[in-house]
Design a protein around this ligand. Structure first.
Ligand code: XMP
Length: 364
């Protein structure tokens, strides 16, 4: 019989918060207590380590008015250490437990998004990202829409590595309403979550967009490189880095009109020579350390060309399978790392069967 492991002793007294940074060192073990303050007063991720370095508790803490909300694994959500610390750190009188994270998500919190989704994809042997999209419904029937989204997620989750949400659900359900519920459910099922908001504004606005979506729990967002870096997407990348969340850039969209923008020939500022806009964007994705780039499954030649340029440094996400005419197998062969699939699954009579069949052809 193996010896009984000694009980983990939490270092409750060493919990501390830095104003900006990620690590608070303790004399007995520099890594023993690590707190990561997310945005100024909005979201905090807290991990309590034991003397032996094992994670004892982990939680996201939110401040909503006078109420602090705790989103943690079931064990941690009830942990007196977490609750006491939340009340001390957030100076809140009421602590409300709003959900829990799966063990898998907790373990992956400190990996970069690109690596988190890669790990889930490899473990589950799936490269499918579910686009949780549904047609317009009378807004009065929002509850039905939420139930439908939950039902699809429930049957499809074994076959996908992430869920992508966009205006289809954000507009009717609200970011901190039904959408956050879906994000929590996806996390419980061990999936990553992507908000397809195509951030495309001035930097100050982009930053707030990112902060809200990341606060709702999204692991990554999609942004449009047309707005450029300085006072454009730099603030989004900065927030993402601080919160350990990802940014995926558009490189060449899946619809026909994409040729008018992403397909234009521009002048390369550094060489003065002509350059295809989408190649320019792919180079930016590498330079800005993006977690991925979107290239439509309807433009296989572009996938192959861009994969040849960036290799595996920036994984390619391809929407446009099925409803838009793209083929899963051809898209994989062209070099896409992830397939974004919406209507083909969500509108199917048997969404799980379709998701599974899309997997069946994969060589992963
Ligand atoms: P379907 O139903 O066509 O849904 O499988 C595809 C999903 O992906 C979104 N989409 C895109 N998102 N770049 C993106 O970032 C694109 O080129 C692109 N094309 C489609 C679409 O809104 C839907 O959610």
């Amino acid at each position: 019989m193996s010896p009984k492991p000694s009980p983990i002793k939490p270092l409750a007294t060493t919990i501390a918060m830095t104003s900006e940074g990620n690590f608070t060192k303790t004399p007995n073990n520099p890594e023993a207590t690590r707190t990561s303050k997310r945005t100024a007063e909005f979201v905090t991720h807290l991990t309590i380590f034991a003397e032996n370095g094992e994670t004892v508790d982990s939680a996201f803490l939110y401040i909503m008015g006078a109420t602090a909300q705790v989103n943690a694994a079931p064990k941690a959500a009830n942990s007196p250490i977490i609750l006491r610390t939340a009340s001390q750190l957030l100076k809140a009188e009421t602590i409300k437990v709003i959900g829990h994270l799966s063990n898998q998500v907790q373990r992956q919190n400190f990996l970069r998004f690109k690596n988190r989704i890669e790990e889930i994809s490899r473990n589950k042997k799936t490269d499918i990202v579910l686009a949780l999209d549904f047609p317009f419904q009378n807004p009065k029937r929002r509850t039905t829409l939420l139930s439908r989204a939950k039902a699809v997620l429930d049957v499809v989750h074994p076959y996908v590595c992430a869920v992508k949400i966009n205006h289809h659900l954000v507009l009717p359900l609200g970011t901190f309403g039904g959408v956050q519920t879906l994000v929590d459910i996806a996390h419980d099922k061990g999936l990553q979550t992507i908000i397809d908001c195509k951030a495309n504004d001035i930097g100050a606005t982009n930053q707030v967009i990112a902060e809200y979506y990341y606060s709702a729990g999204f692991d990554a967002l999609i942004a449009n490189p047309f707005v450029g870096w300085e006072e454009g997407l730099k603030p989004v990348f900065d927030v993402g880095k601080k919160l350990e969340r990802g940014v995926i850039l558009l490189a060449y969209m899946s619809h026909k009109g994409a040729a008018e923008g992403y397909g234009q020939t521009v002048v390369d500022a550094s060489t003065g020579k002509p350059l295809a806009q989408y190649i320019n964007f792919a180079r930016k994705a590498v330079a800005w350390k993006a977690d991925g780039m979107v290239v439509g499954a309807t433009v296989l030649d572009k996938i192959t060309e861009l994969h040849g340029i960036v290799g595996d440094s920036v994984p390619i996400y391809s929407p446009g399978i099925g409803a838009q005419g793209g083929s899963a197998e051809a898209t994989r062969k062209a070099g896409a790392r992830y397939l974004i699939v919406g209507r083909e699954i969500t509108q199917a009579e048997n969404p799980a069967k379709v998701a599974k069949s899309l997997l069946a052809s994969t060589s992963m």
